[in-house]
Design a protein around this ligand. Structure first.
Ligand SMILES: [Zn+2]
Length: 278
């Protein structure tokens, strides 16, 4: 826990940790919370709840702890090893409670610095307690408290983002790794809910001005062995909130399911601007 890679959300100056307070040179102070995180989202009003709530995070955590998305966490750790230079800085943007960044930090240890940001204070509170070698902060993805040109590898798994802001925080030649659902992600769950009306959904995303360097798909099957496990997966998806209850009731009779995980992984780069020598 160093908190020396963030910038002041008020004035943009760098923050340094003194005791349990992050301070900038202009006198703005942000206390490190008991759960080892710092709240740098100044647009959030006191008492206002934004981002995932406690119940959503606990449901997600219950599912992720089953290990069904570990192949994705392993793949991300591989990619970080491939793209991040020794001593580089990694940011998990929209990290949730930090499942993926904790996995990456466990694999690579002292080789890198680890930062994790999410708009949900409830999620960050859990993360800060899990791993103190990761600097967790509450932040707005559209206005990051991160200095320009300071991140070597940014990962963004199923989270909202602003491409301009990612471009700004990346170093030249830095890369961003985006994970999104591929068309057949959770296909059997979709079929169980929507029957014949299920259709593969694909997303097209524009990462300009970042340049695509690699596109991968991760495709495997995992098994859910109880109704509780099926429920915890459902809580990870938008279906729980967007699908009529009548359709969701179709899942109640199912105790066992084999499900396809199908992720699109897009790796993009902030290319070095080659200046002409006159
Ligand atoms: Zn300041």
């Amino acid at each position: 826990m160093k908190f020396d890679k963030f910038s002041c959300p008020v004035c943009g100056a760098s923050l340094v940790l003194e005791g349990r307070t992050c301070k900038c040179g202009n006198g703005h102070c942000f206390d490190v919370a008991r759960e080892n995180y710092v709240n740098l989202n100044i647009s959030q009003k006191s008492g206002e709840k934004i981002g995932d709530n406690k119940q959503m995070i606990e449901a997600r955590r219950a599912f992720l702890q089953l290990g069904h998305y570990q192949p994705l966490a392993d793949k991300l750790a591989d990619l970080v090893g491939q793209y991040c230079p020794m001593g580089g800085t990694i940011l998990d943007l929209g990290c949730g409670y930090g499942y993926y960044i904790c996995h990456i930090a466990a694999r690579h240890g002292d080789s890198y610095r680890y930062l994790a940001a999410d708009i949900s204070k409830e999620a960050i509170k859990i993360g800060g307690k899990l791993d103190t070698c990761i600097d967790f902060c509450v932040a707005n993805s559209f206005d990051l408290p991160i200095p320009s040109g300071s991140i070597d590898v940014l990962i963004c798994v199923f989270a909202p983002y602003a491409t301009d802001e990612i471009y700004r925080v990346l170093k030249e030649d830095g890369v961003a790794v985006f994970v999104s659902p591929a068309p057949y992600h959770l296909w059997e769950l979709k079929q169980a809910i929507y029957g014949d009306k299920a259709y593969p959904k694909s997303f097209s995303v524009d990462f300009e001005p970042l340049k695509s360097v690699q596109n991968l798909q991760l495709d495997y099957a995992f098994e859910l062995n109880s109704h509780r496990e099926i429920d915890s997966l459902l809580a990870m998806t938008p279906y729980l909130y967007t699908t009529p209850k009548k359709l969701l009731q179709r899942l109640e009779k199912i105790e066992k399911m084999q499900i396809r995980a199908n992720f699109d992984i897009t790796i993009v780069k902030k290319l070095t601007i080659r200046r002409k020598i006159l």
